[in-house]
Design a protein around this ligand. Structure first.
Ligand code: AMP
Ligand code: MG
Length: 649
């Protein structure tokens, strides 16, 4: 089946469309029915290599465990009948046989009536003996005899042969996953090799002209290949054996050659990128030439992850994950892991789930199953799940999230206050000790560093000053970092506080004009003069900031109503402004001194901004809050802040 077609749009540029978008359930069903049922390939592996694999046949015990009647204590092997009348008042004297049964010593003499044999824990019971008495309940009686002060029942302190595992018993069933305990049982039976499912060999290829491998230096317009590493690791985590074939450029012939070689050498092929049907996206076209039936789903109603392409080529699964790392990972876990685990003979993955309240409304696209990554923090009535998504292009949202929630395809939103089920990325949630929600700043990391060293976990969620204040008012965080200027009072932050919140002075950040060092248009000028010079030069391009940012207010004040070229380029961070200027996409902008300093740019100071903390008073006495306040006031943090270009309050 080929769902691709190439209608021409108005500009006459060939543009392919996703003509058939399948629901995630339909796409998965088509993929699975093209692949299964199929026998699980197996091999015999030494026990040490069997860890994490699925056993493909029942393992039966070739021997009894223990293989002989075994003493459980250090003491004496006896005949219980001899001790029938033994007590503290009337100890029974037994003659000691002339042998000591240590572990690994096979007994040679019988225990006859009236005698006992010294035996260690783990020693085999001699002929005639039917019980063991503990050394603690005896005392020496002359050279070669003991006195026993207690009666013994037959079988006392004896483990009988086969009582643990009986010869012929199935110790492990086919399909069970082999962990350390299973390995222990097999070893106890003397089994050295077991039939296990072969780990499917999965070839991993990244595609894109822009990709550079980690470790190499980044050329202009290039990015590091993160999918290659994360997809390979996720394959290994789910029973596969990833083989990374590197990143291949968007060249149809080169890519086809690489894909054919990788598929021939593997059981499965996992590509990322090039599936979006944009210019240069060629991988999905190649897939249909690799074998039958070819593509079974291209375009799935998932968000993120719509461009996912699933194919089966002559019995082997071929998947093209979307290029955006977050999309690649969600689709991998949701759609590829079930198939991979089945090929590896493993049971479906059991994800740990918790229930949490969503504090804000989350909009969702109707018609697509949406996954939203969340950070968990502890609230007054249980867990709170903060959406952390920065869009499907962001990799950090994955690392900072604890898990994700799912919004049904038929819902257009998840209302604030919803109790949602959160699937955890790792089985254990650790609720952070300190929760900071608000405007993020690199200086904040310097203040929280000592807390991390003291073993306190800090979760910092960047939602901007106003979002932080709202979270603090709802009591969802300990501290909200804010930098809000009030026009009326011409002061920072204090006017924005309300009941239950108090201001903790933080530090000052110098805002100013950034430009490339040596740019004669700006060197040596004041901020006002620099902006006048920029406005006078029609070739000069600025970079602005988003509406609502404190920095934007300052820029507008300097521009006095002018809207030069670049005014509508409005990135949302201090760092993006510096990057635009450093990379010649703009000639000037406004950012904070530490960012300009780190980017090696020229800087003209303009106005100092107050970056303070709105503290939820009810949380002031919590140990982590106290630790934060101490760190903020400490010489160590103040020095670190000063060195980075901030001015502690
Ligand atoms: P594509 O699906 O190839 O159009 O890629 C979509 C986006 O994901 C682009 O921004 C790519 O640069 C990015 N991307 C593609 N492959 C990778 C990769 N292996 N690692 C990181 N980002 C990638
Ligand atoms: Mg690409």
């Amino acid at each position: 089946m080929n769902q691709n077609s190439a209608p021409r749009n108005r500009d006459g540029i060939e543009q392919e469309q996703f003509l058939t978008i399948l629901s995630r359930e339909e796409a998965l069903a088509r993929f699975e029915s093209a692949l299964f049922p199929r026998p699980v390939a197996h091999e015999h592996r030494p026990l040490a290599d069997a860890l994490g694999r699925a056993l493909t046949e029942d393992a039966t015990a070739p021997i009894d465990v223990p293989p002989f009647d075994r003493s459980n204590v250090d003491g004496f092997a006896v005949r219980a009948a001899d001790l029938a009348g033994a007590s503290e008042a009337a100890p029974v004297r037994l003659k000691l046989n002339d042998e000591v049964i240590a572990c690994g010593v096979a007994p040679a003499r019988p225990v006859l009536s009236g005698t006992a044999t010294t035996i260690a824990t783990g020693g085999p019971l001699p002929r005639g003996a039917d019980a063991v008495v503990m050394v603690e309940h005896t005392q020496p009686a002359g050279a070669r005899a003991i006195e026993v002060r207690r009666a013994a029942s037959p079988g006392q302190f004896v483990s009988y042969a086969g009582s643990d595992i009986a010869r012929g018993e199935a110790v492990l069933r086919a399909g069970s996953t082999i962990g350390s305990r299973e390995i222990g049982m097999l070893a106890a039976c003397g089994i050295a090799r077991v039939p296990v499912a072969r780990r499917p060999r999965v070839a991993v290829i990244s595609t894109g002209d822009e990709l550079v491998q980690p470790g190499a230096s980044l050329r202009p317009a290039a990015i590091y290949d993160s999918n290659g590493a994360i997809v390979a690791a996720a394959i290994n985590e789910n029973g596969g054996e990833a083989v990374f074939y590197g990143a291949v450029a968007d060249d149809e012939r080169a890519l086809e050659a690489a894909m054919r070689k990788a598929l021939a050498e593997s059981d499965m092929l996992a590509l990322s990128g090039g599936t979006s049907k944009g210019a240069g996206d060629v991988s999905h076209r190649i897939v249909n030439r690799l074998g039958k039936p070819g593509i079974v789903a291209h375009g799935v109603a998932l968000k993120p992850g719509k461009p996912l392409c699933l194919a089966v080529c002559d019995g082997k699964p071929v998947v093209i994950l979307p290029g955006f790392p977050t999309s690649a990972m969600f689709t991998f876990h949701d759609m590829i892991v079930p198939v991979l685990r089945r090929m590896a003979g493993l049971p479906p993955r059991t994800d740990a789930k918790v229930s949490a309240t969503v504090p804000v409304r989350i909009a969702s696209e109707l018609g697509r199953t949406e996954f939203v990554m969340v950070s968990l923090v502890g609230g007054a009535d249980g867990l709170i799940a903060y959406p952390t998504s920065k869009g499907s292009g962001a990799i950090t949202s994955f690392a900072q999230a604890d898990g994700f929630l799912r919004i049904d395809a038929l819902a257009d939103q998840m209302p604030a206050g919803t109790h949602a089920e959160v699937t955890l990325f790792t089985p254990h949630v650790r609720v952070p000790d300190l929760v900071i929600v608000g405007s993020h700043c690199t200086g904040l990391d310097l203040v929280t560093a000592p807390l991390a060293r003291a073993g306190l976990s800090v979760r910092s969620i960047a939602v901007g000053s106003l979002g932080g204040l709202a979270a603090a008012k709802r009591g969802e965080c300990d501290l909200a970092p804010i930098h809000l200027f009030d026009d009326k009072t011409e002061t920072y932050n204090t006017p924005f506080l309300s009941g239950g919140l108090e201001l903790v002075p933080g530090y000052r950040r110098m805002q100013g004009i950034v430009f490339r060092k040596g740019d004669a248009r700006f060197e040596g000028l004041s901020a006002e003069e620099a902006v006048r010079a920029a406005l006078a030069d029609p070739a000069c391009i600025m970079v602005n900031r988003n509406q609502g940012a404190g920095t934007r207010i300052l820029i507008d004040r300097l521009l006095g109503g002018a809207r030069p070229d670049g005014y509508f380029n409005q990135p949302r961070s201090h760092n993006a402004v510096a990057a635009a200027v450093a990379q010649h996409r703009a000639d000037w902008g406004m950012t904070i001194a530490p960012v300009a300093q780190a980017a090696g740019l020229g800087f003209i100071p303009f106005a100092e901004e107050h970056y303070d903390f709105a503290l939820v008073t009810a949380r002031r006495d919590r140990p982590a809050v106290q630790a934060f306040l101490q760190s903020l006031a400490s010489d160590e943090s103040r020095t670190a802040l000063t060195e980075a270009g901030f001015r502690p309050a």
